[in-house]
Design a protein around this ligand. Structure first.
Ligand SMILES: N[C@@H](CCC(=O)N[C@@H](CS)C(=O)NCC(=O)O)C(=O)O
Length: 337
């Protein structure tokens, strides 16, 4: 009997703390008049500041899209640069409202640090080497010294790949990307490994980018996406559906360029997307025209991709698996209805 009362007490206490905990991030962001977004310390194409402190990149555009949806102003974002190792704690402590920092969705991170809201970029880990090494495949890297960054998924993948292929290696890990680039450039290691998109990005920082080559092997799955804190479902939904809206807009052919025209469309899916029909924005705690604001201020997923990492950018990465499912890729968003 006593034990039952005790158990009830514990369950009650837990129940109370669960109902009392919701973080009310939407209200916090609106009261503050700005979204606080955790980003990288500088990764071209994903989140990178210019010399005036203006941030650009896919991860930055996701923050801007959430700010457009919530505050009707994509510029109302405060960026908090975070290293790989220190990126999760500020989310848990409430110092940032979301983390949008080339972060791989894994089971343990999902359980320990927050809810992943979707995949902004399907990536995979690769290797970069000096052309002078005359290596054509990662399978020729037995005995290599390999530079990488701490606090990433990279180190484990590396260990798995070399063990699976019966090869030896020496890892040299650094806390920041700049240290990794410097060490690699100075010849302290033969190989630089991280997600392939990031290899493209860091390659641009090398003094003779053409002397280096990215090897063909992709050794892991790195689905990159934003995270929000556990325990605030409304905020989780808002960040999740911001990306879904950008993907759905691309699929329906609605972009920053033609959104005004599209508002007059008689296609039911476009009407629902843009809030001409239904009350989907309201269901999220926003207003009817939430997607119109995202599209006008940031654009659809394809525009975001091409501008930051694709054909309109210095990285010139081909869309690959990040094409929409209707175009042979795996980017697929659930419907707005
Ligand atoms: N996607 C991987 C790797 C992420 C990562 O931190 N990559 C480094 C490699 S270049 C990076 O973004 N550095 C930039 C920085 O630390 O600001 C993960 O989530 O662990």
């Amino acid at each position: 009997m006593k034990r039952e009362i005790l158990l009830f007490g514990v369950a009650f206490a837990l129940g109370c703390s669960v109902t009392a905990a919701p973080a009310q991030t939407l209200k916090k962001v609106k009261d503050r008049g700005a979204l606080v977004c955790g980003v990288s310390q500088g990764l071209i194409g994903f989140s990178n500041p210019d010399d005036k402190g203006n941030w650009t990149g896919i991860d930055v555009d996701v923050c801007r899209a959430v700010a457009a949806a919530v505050l009707n102003d994509a510029t109302k974002v405060k960026y908090t640069p975070l290293s790989s190792k220190d990126r999760f704690e500020p989310l848990k402590s409430g110092d940032i409202d979301m983390l949008s920092r080339n972060t791989t969705w894994t089971l343990s991170r999902d359980v320990a640090f927050g809810n992943f809201t979707g995949v902004t970029y399907y990536d995979g880990q690769g290797f970069m080497v000096r052309k002078a090494l005359k290596v054509n495949s990662a399978l020729e890297l037995n005995g290599a010294s390999i530079c990488t960054q701490t606090g990433t998924t990279t180190e484990l993948n590396l260990a798995d790949y070399f063990r699976a292929n019966n090869m030896k290696y020496e890892v040299i890990a650094f806390a920041t990307a700049d240290e990794v680039v410097k060490a690699y450039e100075a010849g302290r290691c033969d190989v630089f490994t991280t997600d392939v998109s990031q290899l493209y990005s860091e390659k641009l920082k090398l003094s003779n980018a053409n002397d280096h080559v990215i090897l063909p092997e992709i050794i892991s799955k790195e689905p990159l996406g934003p995270l929000v804190r556990h325990g605030d479902d409304q905020w989780f939904d808002i960040v999740k559906w911001t990306l879904f809206a950008m993907l759905n807009a691309e699929e329906l052919g609605v972009s920053s360029k033609n959104v005004d025209e599209a508002l007059k469309s008689n296609q039911p899916e476009i009407r629902r997307l843009l809030g001409v029909e239904g009350n989907f924005g309201e269901q999220l705690g926003l207003t009817k025209d939430w997607v119109v604001r995202i599209l006008k201020q940031v654009g659809n997923y394809g525009e975001m991709f091409e501008r930051n990492v694709g054909s309109g950018s210095r990285l010139a990465i081909s869309r690959g698996v990040n094409r929409l499912w209707t175009k042979g890729g795996i980017q697929y968003a659930p419907p707005i209805r």
